[in-house]
Design a binder for this molecule. Sequence first.
Ligand SMILES: Cc1cc2nc3c(=O)[nH]c(=O)nc-3n(C[C@H](O)[C@H](O)[C@H](O)COP(=O)(O)OP(=O)(O)OC[C@H]3O[C@@H](n4cnc5c(N)ncnc54)[C@H](O)[C@@H]3O)c2cc1C
Length: 414
Amino acid sequence: MDDIDVPLIRNEYDIIIIGAGPAGSIAAKEAAKRGASVLMIDRRKELGAPVRCGEGLGMKHVEAMGIKLAPQAISANINGARVIAPDLKHDIVIKTPETKGYVLDRKVFDKDLAKDAGRAGSQIAVKCEAYDLISEGGRIAGVKCIHNGRRRDVRAKIVIAADGAESIMARLAGMKDAVSTLYDTDYGYEYELVNVKLQDGGRDFSDLIEIFFGKEWAPRGYTWIFPKGPDSANVGVGIGGLEKPNAIHYLHKFMLADGVKHRFENAVPVACKGGAIPVGAPVKEFCADGFMVVGTAAHQVDPIHGGGIGLAMNAGRIAGIVAAEGAADNKVDKQTLDRYKKEWYDAEWSKFNKRLMLRKVLEKLSDEDLNAIIGNLSSEDIDKTLGGDFKPVVEKVLLKRPQLLKVLSALLNF
Ligand SMILES: Cc1cc2nc3c(=O)[nH]c(=O)nc-3n(C[C@H](O)[C@H](O)[C@H](O)COP(=O)(O)OP(=O)(O)OC[C@H]3O[C@@H](n4cnc5c(N)ncnc54)[C@H](O)[C@@H]3O)c2cc1C
């Protein structure tokens, strides 16, 4: 009976991946390419939709994955970033290889990644929600899911949880820190707007992502304008999880602020998007026996800007390779799978750790400090800071604001 109703799902695979976002699809592709039998499931009816993302992605992440973006997956090409001080008067424009990238159409992008996984040989089940894990002999041995309204138990040598910010799979596997604390979570809300002015004061911002700091509209976070076309943009805010009342309140406050409101006076929303983003350290353990967690589910998200697509894809790539090799050798114990954690740390941790520290310093700065800092730094200074070379910039800031010595000294130890 089952086979007639759900012909695409078998009862057993080498690897099951829960979640067909960027982490899951890249993991599925890499594992299937290496000959593993792979099932990727997602509770969504249509992969990629609804979008819950600013859709910004650095070109370096696309190149690192060897992805060829379809023209439809690119809403705008980005050449730099504009950082605006809380007074809305001072700004810095940074144009470096690091700031080159895209504002994507994630409905197209995510589905294209899933199609690549399917082409590589992975099976995919949409409208298939995992609600529990199967445990056996002390290891994870499969997934309990509801596919097209029917309960199924599907077994696997390895389960990869790629189920995003609200991951429950990692928690079910015993990873207690998989639920991000409120302090380490940002809440985002965003409109996709048409009739937005991407030119202002004789300047053209249509190929820049704009990032506005200021406790008035983005306490413990920032507000963004990411262009989606000549007159449209994702305009959103991310605020710290302990901030009140909520992200929508701050977004509206920003859009009505003197200094920017004229850019939105005729703006009309065509979508609203929201969600949580973990911005703290990654989960402590990435693997258990027969189990791995990747992407935002593992809190692999940039602590400064909350960008998680690039980190998710790289984690998915490493995990997919390690899982396929483990499944082929029938070695699926934690120790074998932990090669994924080691390779992830080798690739990402040095930069990630510096950005965790930078986030903690940034949240201690007042709007007055930020006005003074942004007013005095050059784009080269910002570039160095984001790259983790803090010393020269800290020295420059301290000359103007010696009172920040205590706050900024943490950065000098890196
Ligand atoms: C408001 C906002 C703005 C953001 N802006 C940016 C940005 O501009 N740039 C950037 O890089 N990042 C941004 N992010 C973060 C980014 O969206 C994520 O980090 C990224 O999508 C992570 O990819 P992922 O594959 O780990 O998880 P996701 O993309 O979240 O995919 C998880 C998938 O798992 C599925 N799933 C969940 N539970 C189950 C279940 N039980 N059974 C089956 N399927 C399940 C979901 O349906 C989903 O498809 C933003 C996030 C938010 C909330």
